[in-house]
Design a protein around this ligand. Sequence first.
Ligand code: GLA
Length: 666
Amino acid sequence: MPTPVPPLALGGDYNPEQWSSDVHAEDRDLMREAGVDLVTLGVFSWAHLQPALDRWEFDWLDRQMDDLQAAGIRVDLATATASPPPWLARRHPEMLPVTQDGRTLWPGGRQAFCPSSPVYREHALALCRALGERYADHPALALWHVSNELGCHNARCYCDVSAAAFREWLRARYGDVDRLNDAWGTAFWSQRYGDFEEVLPPRIAPAFPNPTQQLDFLRFSSDQLLDNFVVERDVLHEVSPGVPVTTNFMVMRQTFEMDYLRWGREVDVVSNDHYLMADDAHAHRELAFSADLTRGTAGGAPWLLMEHSTSAVNWQPRNRAKAPGETIRSSLAHVAHGADAVLFFQWRASRAGAEKFHSALLPHAGTDSRLWREVVQLSEVLDSIEEVSGSRADNRAAILYDYEAWWGCELDSHPSIDVTYRDRAEDFHRALSAAGIGVDVVHPGSDLSRYRLVVVPTLYLVTDEDAAAVAAAAEAGATVVVTYFSGIVDESDHIRLGGYPGAFRDLLGVRTTEFLPLVEGESVTVEGLGDAGVSADVWAEELELAGAEAVAHHADGPAGGRPAVTRREVGTGAAWYVATRLAPDGTDHLVERLVAEAGLDRLPGASADVEVTRRVGNDASWLFVINHGSEDASVPVTGTELVSGRSVSDDLVVPAGGVAVVREEH
Ligand code: GLA
């Protein structure tokens, strides 16, 4: 019978088809040496499993499963549908994806399929079923891995097959074409449709395509990809009951096409892939935010880090190698934010192919390398903290996050291209983390009752219901803070009239009659947050008070003299509004006031460079400390530090670059 995923598993993608059988034996020996106990097998194996339409070759995979089992290594078995083999595209060129400007994406790379293609789906499901039936009872099997990073290269397809599927999706959403006309505002620019058959995906057009058409196409595309997961999952649930099914998300700053907060409800366990960007000097902050958002997609449950890298990747313009200790810090950071497994792409660095310069657990240099020694060390660290597995966060601050708001916010033909969705969310997350406040990142429609502080960053698109829930949280005693370009439109991307920010105007007690976006490079001064003025850029508003008090003012710029930050008492809580893009020190000052007002407890020892989180179990709690800075950090905590095995009494010193996990004594 299959067995569960090991607690705090270590491992990665294993691609044995790239190597000969003597290498496989060495792989297993070295996996044992490194403490690898979970591998993801078969992600890109379709062409090896089904080399031709009527030829199946499972022997090699049977052997792998048996040998891994004998070596005590569990398998996250992929359905291998991520990249169709060349013979399939040759028979069915109509399954290839097409870009917005009409170019076909050909085989030769990977993921060359249209997510709406019935041909692709038929063949993918046949493969999925064959694998499901063959390995359902294999003792090495711990988890099913559907496809791989659905939508990584083919998130939006504009081909004729997709166009027909989009029309079906629109029929289901709107019923009749006049409702679509209303929702899309087609009275504008002579866009009125007489029949669904006239509707196309938002292909390259002479002028801005209809914004609601673009928004619906993003919704449709996310739904189609999710459907690719759901149909495979359902086959696996049927033929392999009781074995959890996942697909690896890509929750990171660059990936906005998939609505993972919806997808999270469909997987048995959330898994995520995360890579650091070399040009981000503070990439660990983006990691922390993404990991909290990943936990949000899992509804707070533990999740699996399915992929990250031991060192450099190969797909950025300049691929920075990780510094000594960085792999351990990033791995522990994911665990600190709720991951219960630390897996990598990939086990052994490839000799050939497009990813031969991507780092791996086992580098080209072999085991006599700093990287390998760090992997072995990571394995020991994970073993020492295994008891945290299954524990959760217990936070009282939330950042509301919504992929639809992201899509809407960054559509074209807007007031300023400098207004980007994740920007404010990440800055508040940074400031709160530095202040020692643990944060959940959740959908606006979630239960907000546990939160004392609710941050609503750039929630451009919001439903009436979700806006009402935010107001209710303030009424019930929470401190709510809303940032500019929130509450502007409804779910059809129609402006909420009567003054901005329409959906939150009454709650906030402000009324903006005009946006005053700043030009590129322009910066203004805001007074009233710290002792000195703080700078702000990107955005300002012609804002009038309508029940709120001004907390800070613009000293200059197009909104000179007007309020920049406001506050209104609401029920037993309060609602704050931030009408400009504060520089980080401005956000820090503001966050200090919000945290004090909300009466939040702080995690000990946190600062800009020292990341601190707490995971809570049934009868224990663990404090994670990750020192990203260049100076030793001192943390007032009492308990047992698990990595070193030492007791600490109110004075834990975490060296520069080091990590610590303390089982707390209360
Ligand atoms: C993604 C994919 C992997 C690999 C890595 C490289 O995460 O899932 O197959 O290509 O990127 O970073």
